[in-house]
Write a protein that binds this ligand. Structure first.
Ligand SMILES: [Zn+2]
Length: 420
């Protein structure tokens, strides 16, 4: 692979800064810098330079230089998918059929399906097998233009199985060039053997799981499914605090089906992100507006479950920082397609293409605390970019929904794929 890449004749270079912001708040998310007729230079895996073609005064050293003639294509930062459950044992298409026939997600969960179904499949699977199953998924993620991803545990629900999942994530980190952050989600559902003894399970998480996860340095964050029938606000805050005691901040599943009033308390504890937010209650938006916690919308899950979409326009109009992620998981969002998430944000949530792209890049990076290196194009930042198909406007990318109009993917300054 060449050490240097020059992309020339770029129709529009989007999301490029001399000094990138770490996130973009509220209505400012409409601002996506665009340089027409541009070039982008990459060297040693990072962005070296960019500008207008007229100013491409001189690459003096043409050795080992790979030139890509974008010829009317746009270039933008790679997607950052800040919320996924990519490591899982098996798919759940039979539940999909049940839901088509009329059962709700909650009905399926009560019957022992849903997350517990995933946990049962994972319990007896070896770490090697789990890793092998995750491989093609992460390879697809990379090929589709995602340059950084967060992956959660949460289908183990026992100390051994949760640690097994986190070790698989660690192996993916070592094996693949994509930036990965890892989140411990022991509080994803109550295991069957703890039925009626939720406080015992929460205690297991706090006294045993979190200390072991921290001791083996297996996770960057702690997560909880804070929802009626899962973990309430008190459980959630106790787990968040236990994470903080062990040096791990939180990213929390909250307000998917019910507004439990958790967001102000979570924001006060400095959670990195609150994710889902399909339902918002009093005080929730205000709390987000005055904090740096990222409000992460998961439109693929809303589509797949036919539940409301996160009111991103309201959140932005009140100055929250909004990110987009896939929630890739076998039950409620079996797709890792970030480009489709961006399309849905435009179609169903009425975000503009600029807002959705900012949400899926720099704000996603902020939701993983990697926006100093990822999520935008700036000198010295990791060279993760997408090259679109030939098109007149960048909005063609979300417009051509369902079939990502992406002709090229560069990750860490290496060409993953490019048009001929
Ligand atoms: Zn999730």
């Amino acid at each position: 692979m060449p050490m240097k890449i020059l992309i020339k004749n770029i129709k529009g270079l989007a999301g490029a800064y001399e000094e990138s912001p770490l996130f973009i708040r509220g209505n400012s998310m409409e601002n996506l810098p665009m340089i027409e007729n541009a070039y982008l230079a990459i060297e040693n895996g990072v962005i070296a330079d960019y500008g207008k073609m007229d100013d491409l005064s001189g690459i003096t050293d043409w050795r080992n230089l790979e030139i890509i003639d974008a010829d009317g294509r746009f270039v933008l930062p790679s997607w950052v998918d800040s919320h996924t459950h990519l490591v899982f044992a098996g798919t759940r298409e039979l539940e999909f059929e049940d839901r088509i026939k009329g059962m709700s997600y909650e009905d399926i969960a009560k019957r022992g399906g849903g997350i517990l179904n995933s946990a049962a499949k994972l319990a007896y699977m070896s770490e090697d097998e789990l890793f092998e199953r995750a491989r093609p998924r992460i390879e697809k993620v990379i090929n589709d233009g995602t340059g950084a991803i967060e992956i959660k545990s949460g289908y183990g629900l026992s100390t051994d199985a949760e640690l097994k999942m986190l070790r698989v994530i660690k192996r993916l980190q070592k094996e693949y060039p994509i930036r990965i952050k890892s989140t411990f989600l022991g509080a994803h559902a109550l295991p069957k053997e703890y039925a009626g003894r939720k406080s015992d399970y929460v205690e297991l998480i706090i006294k045993e799981m979190i200390p072991q996860v921290a001791a083996e340095n297996l996770a960057d964050y702690v997560d909880v499914f804070c929802e009626d029938g899962y973990f309430d606000l008190k459980d959630t805050l106790a787990i968040v605090d236990a994470g903080l005691d062990h040096g791990m901040k939180s990213k929390i599943h909250v307000n998917q089906f019910n507004a439990l009033g958790a967001i102000p308390a979570l924001v006060e504890r400095g959670v990195v992100s609150v994710d889902h937010l399909e339902v918002l209650g009093e005080g929730d938006v205000e709390a987000l507006a005055s904090s740096n916690s990222i409000a992460t919308a998961l439109p693929l899950c809303s589509l797949f479950l036919s539940i409301p979409y996160t009111p991103a326009v309201d959140l932005m109009s009140q100055d929250a920082v909004v990110a987009l992620a896939t929630d890739f998981n076998p039950g409620s969002a079996p797709s890792s397609n970030m480009t489709l998430a961006v399309s849905l944000a435009c179609i169903k949530m009425k975000m503009t293409p600029n807002q959705a792209i900012n949400a899926a890049t720099i704000n996603g990076a902020a939701a993983m605390e990697i926006s100093e290196t990822h999520g935008s194009i700036a000198p010295g930042k990791v060279a993760n970019v997408i090259i679109t198909e030939k098109c007149e406007h960048l909005s063609y990318l979300p417009y051509s929904f369902g079939s990502p109009a992406i002709d090229g993917v560069i990750l860490n300054g290496e060409i993953i794929r490019v048009f001929e």
